[in-house]
Design a protein around this ligand. Structure first.
Ligand SMILES: Nc1ncnc2c1ncn2[C@@H]1O[C@H](COP(=O)(O)OP(=O)(O)OP(=O)(O)O)[C@@H](O)[C@H]1O
Ligand SMILES: [Mg+2]
Length: 262
């Protein structure tokens, strides 16, 4: 059973939206999916009541009960457990991180969200878990050359999941109806984003499972990311890739970008 946790200690970055949509994308791809809702507000439990069908079950898991719940799910043949966590609840966040095979850290493409994700990132790294960022609520228009290039570099390093997820009404409508965007509008752009995201996640989970032989303590992507951080100020590059070129600490645009503007 693969276990994916959506963790970010800043509220509103899209954990619940993405957890429900990834769960549905996995379900549509043939996984036996279960959502563990660690949030005391139980918003995904509400989502599943709106859904009515029990094909993507959701249960609220109280504090301290996640590990036995996951063991029970694995023994019942669940192939994908998706964990949604509350914002600003370090204990629940840590419980999810410790249980997960892969921690997804959603952030909106703004400086405050990315700064806020530092605490989550530190916790994930201290637990020795594999992780990747996921940029959510990006402007739907095509990204600038700089952002595209920064995102591609981070995706190649495994630090950022593909694709960038845009702000789209389908995500909001789907939640209200207890659906995933892949069910609400299967030919829509949001549905395509979620199919691509599921493909990225599945590839990553399968690769981790292959490399998780007992003698290997480092996940391939994590060590890659850690080396990149050591090699140069990678995190600053992450910020710079997302900030407007003429503001704050952003580096100067590459010459070809500057040429395009003229
Ligand atoms: N890609 C998106 N497009 C449009 N709206 C989105 C998208 N992602 C999230 N939202 C909206 O942003 C708001 C916050 O999303 P969500 O509740 O999923 O965040 P969260 O990280 O789970 O928050 P919390 O930490 O409070 O649980 C919601 O209103 C949701 O509908
Ligand atoms: Mg939530």
């Amino acid at each position: 059973m693969h276990i994916v946790a959506f963790v970010a200690q800043k509220g509103g970055s899209g954990k619940s939206t993405l957890a429900s949509n990834v769960a549905v994308a996995g379900h549509l791809a043939g996984e036996r999916v279960f959502i563990c809702d660690l949030d005391p507000l139980q918003l995904l439990v509400k989502w599943s009541k709106a859904r009515k069908a029990v094909d993507v079950p959701v249960e609220h898991i109280p504090p301290g009960k996640l590990a036995p719940a996951l063991a029970a799910l694995a023994s019942k043949g669940v192939t994908l457990a998706v964990i949604d966590t509350p914002g600003a609840d370090p204990a629940a966040c840590e419980e999810a991180i410790r249980a997960a095979d892969l921690c997804v850290i959603p952030a909106r493409p703004n400086t405050l969200d990315i700064w806020a994700s530092e605490a989550t990132l530190a916790k994930v790294r201290s637990c020795g878990k594999d992780y990747a960022f996921l940029l959510n609520q990006c402007p739907p228009a095509q990204q600038g050359v700089r952002v595209e290039r920064g995102a591609q570099a981070l995706q190649q390093l495994g630090a950022l999941l593909a694709p960038l997820v845009s702000t789209r009404v389908d995500y909001q409508d789907a939640i209200r109806l207890g659906l995933g965007v892949g069910e609400l509008n299967p030919s829509g752009v949001a549905a395509r984003e979620m199919r691509r995201l599921w493909a990225s996640l599945r590839g990553r989970l399968e690769e981790n499972a292959r490399s998780a032989a007992p003698e290997l303590s480092l996940f391939p992507y994590r060590s890659f990311f850690d080396q990149a951080i050591k090699a140069h100020d990678f995190y600053a590059s992450f910020l710079n890739a997302l900030l407007p070129a003429d503001r704050g600490t952003a580096e100067r645009p590459p010459p070809e970008d500057a040429a395009r503007r003229r």
